[in-house]
Design a protein around this ligand. Sequence first.
Ligand SMILES: Cc1cc2nc3c(=O)[nH]c(=O)nc-3n(C[C@H](O)[C@H](O)[C@H](O)COP(=O)(O)O)c2cc1C
Length: 388
Amino acid sequence: MNFLTAGESHGKSLVGIISDYPSGIFIDNDFINLQLSRRQKGYGRGGRMSIENDRVDIISGVRKGKSTGSPISFIIENRDWVNWKDIMNVLPREDTGTKKEDIFTPRPGHADLTGVLKYRLKTIRDVIERSSARETAARVCTGAFAMIALQLMDINIFSYVERIGNISMDIQPNIDDSSIRDLIEKSEVRCPESQCSEKMIQAIEKAKKNGDSLGGSFRVIIKNVPPGLGSYTEWSRRLDARLAYALISIPAVKAFEVGNGLKSGSLSGLNYHDEIFYSKDKGFYRKTNNAGGIEGGMSNGENIVIGATMKPIPTTKSGMKTVNIINKEESISLKERSDICAVPSAAVVGEAAASIEILSAIQEKFGSDNIDEILENINNYKKYIKNI
Ligand SMILES: Cc1cc2nc3c(=O)[nH]c(=O)nc-3n(C[C@H](O)[C@H](O)[C@H](O)COP(=O)(O)O)c2cc1C
């Protein structure tokens, strides 16, 4: 599965094209819209999310509810566009001369300064519109298509937030607990521990009062992945590397971890590696999962557990020291309507990004044309492994 997204934050709409999506899959629009609305939620998001009500409009590649194998294209309208028609018009127009359009004070931590230099642009507006994380709505939509296919293979994905600013969960939650997903979805910050959720919300409120912003960390769990996705044979096929690319490409994500990767450097081999066991009903299994379900660049059959850390949002109400790109005078960075913390939302984007990679790895191993063919191949492989 490959995809391309386009669209500006305040343009007419976001667009996505997905190629190599298997045929024969029932596409549930409500499920896709649910994922889009999950991305919009989370304590700490700015005013924009109350304007938008993201909904997918599928244009091609699906007929009478089922994928046909042809490229899928979709649109997500930007409701805010009506307020930006003059500024964002694609036809030649006079500069409106408004503050929204003429932005010359780049934000430290954003694409603003390097974007205008790289593309020889006259205003930072041209950079902001595409570097904005509004793009992630199209990625979540694409990821929802991947999730629909993965659900047919009994592979499911969820995410939770483990840190916001300096508030973090003391212990890792039990990801096999049947109530965990409910607890996560009920929390405004996607944290399964209610007391910790409360403290995270307070931390966001404090940052808001101080005109500041916050980052944090989240984890994505992928359950029931067969062993052998990805490969050790070539660097670019390693599943851990591919998942790292998928997650690090989410705007503001600055660190990636597989399992207990961050701790791995401080533990000895005997304490870190997951010993191998065998039983007739489970087959090969582990009692620990420090490797996060990936060894040698391949899924090993355990839950895939990956983590990512997001830096604080670059736009702050207080602003930061910067230089005006026209007169080169010291200035205060652009203060535009912005999120204060978007870690819960980034976690939902992380689910989508990981789903796309897992489905692609499945297609590499089991075929990509038709879902029944893929399911047959997976079942045969599972039978082979069981009888080994
Ligand atoms: C879901 C989500 C929402 C975001 N919202 C904002 C925002 O409102 N304001 C902002 O300045 N940055 C926001 N960001 C972060 C910027 O998009 C990001 O920092 C910027 O594109 C620069 O890229 P970099 O941080 O990877 O260097 C958000 C990121 C994500 C994932």
